[in-house]
Design a protein around this ligand. Structure first.
Ligand SMILES: Cc1cc2nc3c(=O)[nH]c(=O)nc-3n(C[C@H](O)[C@H](O)[C@H](O)COP(=O)(O)OP(=O)(O)OC[C@H]3O[C@@H](n4cnc5c(N)ncnc54)[C@H](O)[C@@H]3O)c2cc1C
Length: 269
């Protein structure tokens, strides 16, 4: 049931006393580089969804999963989503794996400037990297890199990616540190590339259908989970941006209490 698409928002609003929007934040950040349209370049979530759906629908018999078997795979982005792409490609039987991480490698142990009880900013090794080390004897991550260009053959199929090394550089005007190209590059031959470069908010067609306003980060703007539209609430990633399961659980509970307060005038939740 595609609310805001096939299912009209108006009919939902007319049928319920309160509506909670919790559709996630799956609008992916794209890479605006030459060759982006090559066959074999996919958003990470499209790849992962195709594999899970094909598995659940038919145990892969429908052949609809994007398949990394026998292919060199490039994963762009080193978060949880990138890690899932690494693990999935390895389990499908990819022939090689490289994962690009824009930021510098974190230290193995806490730096003096990052004492307990601060969140430890240390190198994480997740199952994608562990399985890559077991299979190919290497951590797939290459730090301070990004794709400069995708190369394709005459049929439009991805053949390689030109990868730039990056260095941190402070912008004197804003004081912010940006990652900028060093001028050094290398080319990685690959047939598949998965873009896991983060998310830029919720699908705007759902927000538009309900007339709710968005923040500058593309998430639904709320005050105590209430949107600008009467009886419409929002929670989870759709409200706070791509986050963690624990926050999804917490926001669901807190939002339910606000809905209860709205409907009853008080809440015991
Ligand atoms: C690839 C990936 C890996 C992740 N790994 C981790 C991890 O290891 N640990 C962790 O804590 N978090 C992880 N996260 C984040 C975590 O999945 C989310 O923070 C969490 O699921 C958010 O919960 P949610 O309920 O807000 O949204 P979601 O879980 O995204 O749920 C949204 C639901 O709304 C449905 N929906 C969307 N649009 C519509 C519509 N128009 N009509 C009807 N239904 C709709 C979707 O089908 C979905 O079921 C990961 C996220 C991704 C994408």
């Amino acid at each position: 049931m595609d609310v805001g698409g096939a299912v009209d928002a108006e009919s939902i609003l007319n049928s319920y006393d309160a509506v909670v929007l919790c559709c996630g934040a799956k609008k992916a950040r794209d890479l605006n580089v030459p060759g982006r349209d090559a066959n074999g370049v996919h958003f990470a979530v499209d790849y992962l969804t195709s594999v899970t759906k094909s598995l659940l629908d038919s145990k892969f018999a429908d052949g609809r999963a994007i398949d990394a078997k026998g292919k060199n795979v490039l994963v762009i982005g080193g978060g949880d989503t990138g890690n899932d792409c690494q693990g999935t490609a390895l389990r499908q039987g990819c022939t090689d794996l490289v994962a690009l991480e824009m930021m510098p490698q974190l230290p193995k142990e806490r730096a003096a400037s990052n004492p307990w009880p601060e969140w430890p900013r240390v190198l994480k090794v997740d199952y994608g990297q562990t399985e890559c080390m077991a299979k190919f004897g290497k951590d797939p991550r290459v730090y301070q890199t990004t794709v400069k260009e995708f190369l394709k053959d005459d049929a439009g199929n991805l053949t390689a990616a030109v990868i730039s090394y990056l260095k941190p550089e402070r912008d004197p005007e804003t004081g912010r540190t940006n990652m900028v190209p060093t001028g050094e590059e290398f080319t990685y031959n690959c047939e598949l590339a998965f873009i896991a470069a983060g998310f830029v908010g919720c699908e705007s067609y759902v927000a538009d259908a309900f007339g709710v306003s968005l923040t500058g980060r593309g998430c639904v703007d709320t005050d105590h989970f209430r949107t600008n539209v009467d009886k419409v609430f929002a929670c989870g990633d759709m409200r706070r941006g791509q986050s963690l399961v624990v926050w999804g659980l917490r926001e669901g509970r807190d939002c339910a209490a606000e809905v209860d307060r709205y409907l009853m005038g008080y809440t015991n939740l």
